[in-house]
Design a protein around this ligand. Structure first.
Ligand code: NAP
Ligand code: G4F
Length: 321
């Protein structure tokens, strides 16, 4: 009989962690989810699978906790999804962002190197690393020009992943994922903020939606599709880096148009521009070329931009998802 595969997911309580844990359970894995101590539990996204996931306590800020967890779980696969992931917070708290998002990856990779070097490692890298883009669309060879402390931190984590692969032979992959969303997206991110507001305004529970830059363009996909790409990377013969994206770009304005149309409203009657949501530096345009993932992993997205917006608005309206 073959041994049941074990996976350790950091960032279990986040959007991607919850989708990935569900995906891995369906594949028959024993799943360990790293959770940090908080004064009240943040397990709402994983509530339906709590009886099937092993919660292990640790923190990317604490090296010894990572070594203890790895030694106890001895996972075949490690998915490092934990991060301070909100770009505006990275401007307000740059040192914390670097500690968690940048050095956290080195701490975990060093724990892998010393405790369990045979494990396969996935790093949650980001299209935010492309920043002031040097070419369009962006692929694995596009130069990185990050425009936020978050982007800088993710770039450090990306290179520490490549370095551990090349220097120590660890099977370490960096997934350069473009924006991916879902009804489980954090409420401060723009897609969830818009979907939620459109639904609430249509129900008379909110009057206006205050937003920053409406012209920023993003390549938005569905998180459920993107966690499948993470898993595929760790099943490949060789460790590599992969862009994961839909290849389409849309503006925040277009997201508003579609979301408000879904509830029969004119977005312009409700959206107010608010300078307090502008960033010290902006990433104006992101659109990814996922050819390598398509050709080498057989990955492609299943949810369109329109399907994604509708899914998120419908979820806010209380429709079954
Ligand atoms: P998310 O919802 O913000 O989840 C972040 C997770 O990290 C949460 O579980 C959080 O735990 C955990 N975390 C934060 N600080 C930690 C620490 N010091 N120690 C241990 N855990 C900690 O993010 P997401 O959208 O699921 O994204 C997953 C990963 O992909 C992140 O690394 C993100 O930067 C990256 N990424 C996301 C996208 C996207 O569009 N979603 C695109 C590219 C890359 P708490 O619940 O306790 O806060
Ligand atoms: O939804 P956002 O906050 O996501 P952002 O900054 O693109 O970052 C997300 O995607 C990255 C991948 O590229 C991830 F790595 C990262 O962890 C995160 O998941 O903002 C999207 C765009 C920005 O251009 C922002 O300026 O929307 C614009 N925007 C306009 N008004 C707003 C708002 N963003 C937010 N959060 N709130 C607004 O009111």
């Amino acid at each position: 009989m073959t041994e049941q595969k074990r996976a350790l997911v950091t960032g279990l309580t986040g959007q991607d962690g919850s989708y990935l844990a569900e995906f891995l359970l369906k594949k028959g894995y024993e799943v360990f989810g790293l959770v940090r101590r908080t004064s009240s539990p943040r397990l709402d996204r994983v509530e339906p699978i709590l009886d099937r996931v092993n919660i292990v306590y640790g923190d990317l800020l604490d090296q010894s906790s990572l070594q203890r967890v790895l030694g106890n779980c001895m996972p075949h696969e490690i998915y490092n999804l934990a991060a301070q992931s909100f770009v505006p917070t990275s401007f307000a708290e740059p040192v914390l962002t670097a500690e968690v998002t940048a050095l956290g990856a080195t701490r975990l990779l060093e724990a892998v190197r010393h405790v369990h070097p045979g494990a396969r490692y996935y790093q949650a890298s980001s299209s935010e690393m492309f920043g002031a883009v040097r070419e369009t669309p962006q692929n694995e060879m596009t130069p990185f020009v990050p425009r936020s402390p978050y982007g800088v931190s993710k770039l450090y984590a990306h290179w520490t992943t490549v370095h551990h692969r090349e220097a120590y032979g660890i099977f370490a992959c960096s997934g350069i994922l473009f924006n991916h969303e879902s009804p489980r997206r954090g409420e401060e991110f723009v897609t969830r903020k818009i979907a939620r507001a459109a639904a609430r305004i249509s129900q008379g529970r909110q009057t206006e939606l205050r937003l920053g830059n409406l012209e920023a363009r993003r390549d938005w996909g569905f998180a459920g599709d993107y966690v499948r790409a993470m898993w595929l990377m760790l099943q490949a013969e060789q460790a590599d880096d992969f862009v994961v994206a839909t290849g389409e770009t849309h503006s925040v304005r277009e997201f508003c148009e579609r979301a408000f149309a879904r509830v029969g409203l004119d977005w312009e009657a409700h959206v107010v521009t608010d300078e307090s949501f502008l960033r010290p530096l902006e990433v104006d345009l992101l659109v990814g070329d996922a050819s390598r993932a398509r050709e080498q992993l057989g990955w492609s997205p299943t949810v369109s931009f329109e399907g994604l917006v509708d899914m998120m608005v419908d979820a806010e309206l209380g429709c079954a998802q």
